[in-house]
Design a protein around this ligand. Structure first.
Ligand SMILES: [Fe+2]
Ligand SMILES: [Fe+2]
Length: 313
């Protein structure tokens, strides 16, 4: 087939809501957009292990420690599925890691905020994993097959993350006044950064249209943000926690909650590297990568030995 016929076949596959697979022809811009998005997603999973990993050694009980360990390990797994999905597009994981640690590729802004108390473990599960679920469930229907399939498993695990967070918060709000204050204080810090996880407002998100036409994205940033707010308000009420937005109220006409604008200047500062923990997160990732060099070298040597044995046989 010549390129026009291949492009027509691609367009028909997208229009018919079928999946594009690694072997299929795809426009270069589609490939580049997916590599950027999947890499950014993979980096977020891996960097996202840091704020919570910070609390593993200080978990208040063996039970809480086991839950948190399992959750942080899941995030490592998510990163690995996603790097593998990105590799089907012809990039190398080594190259993506290089781009992350040199600051040329981004990760979610939310992980540049510090975790200051154990309540943050609960609030991150509730709000951050909750926002991730809103963002990621539609990605299970993404037009690129390997990404969509990776998201199915990731979403199941994310819903465990959300529930473990909520369960921790329920225990805390049924505890002492000091524990209730910890939950409220943590919610105050994480509410706005969680809303920012959906990205800039639609008017300021130039790539959304193209990504929706390609079936990579299914809803706009503002639609997903609204869905998250609508889902979270009743959960906050059940916890007895106040969301820190005086503009938050039910709008019967729209059938949705109204809410105030996040501070988009803060968002821009954080994604461009000036958030409270950007430098620390990257330094830690760089150090872990360097310290893992011997593991990669050993795995490589083992693979070569196996390959030469197979060749000899
Ligand atoms: Fe995850
Ligand atoms: Fe998660």
């Amino acid at each position: 087939m010549d390129e026009t016929a291949l492009a027509a076949h691609f367009d028909a596959t997208i229009a018919g809501d079928q999946r594009i697979e690694p072997r299929d022809w795809m426009p270069e811009a589609y490939r580049r957009t997916l590599i950027r998005q999947i890499a950014q997603h993979a980096h977020s999973e891996i960097i996202g292990m840091q704020p919570e990993g910070n609390w593993i050694r200080r978990a208040p009980s063996l039970r809480r420690k086991a839950i948190l360990l399992a959750k942080v390990q899941d995030e490592a797994g998510h990163g690995l599925y996603l790097y593998a999905a990105a590799e089907t597009l012809g990039v190398d994981r080594e190259e993506l890691t290089e781009k992350l640690i040199s600051g040329r590729q981004k990760y979610s802004s939310i992980f540049n905020y510090p975790t200051l108390s154990y309540a943050d473990v609960g609030v991150i599960g509730w709000l951050v994993d909750g926002a991730a679920i809103c963002n990621q469930v539609p990605l299970c229907r993404c037009s690129y097959g390997p990404y969509a399939r990776a998201m199915v498993r990731i979403c199941k695990e994310e819903s465990f993350h959300q529930r473990q967070g909520y369960e921790l918060l329920l225990a805390m709000v049924n505890g002492t006044d000091a524990q209730r204050e910890m939950v409220q204080e943590s919610t105050n810090r994480f509410w706005w950064p969680s809303l920012m996880m959906f990205g800039p407002p639609d008017g300021d998100s130039p790539n959304t249209r193209q990504s929706m036409d390609w079936g990579i994205k299914r809803h706009t940033n503002d639609e997903l943000r609204q869905r998250f707010v609508d889902m979270t308000v009743p959960q906050a009420e059940a916890l007895g926690v106040t969301l820190p937005d005086p503009g938050l109220r039910w709008n019967a006409e729209r059938g949705h909650y109204d809410f105030s604008e996040p501070d988009w200047d803060e968002f821009k500062a954080v994604i461009s590297g000036s958030g409270p923990c950007n430098a620390q997160r990257l330094a830690q990732r760089r150090r872990a990568h360097e310290e893992g060099a011997w593991v990669r070298a050993a795995a490589q040597a083992y693979a070569e030995k196996q390959a030469s044995r197979t060749a000899a046989a």
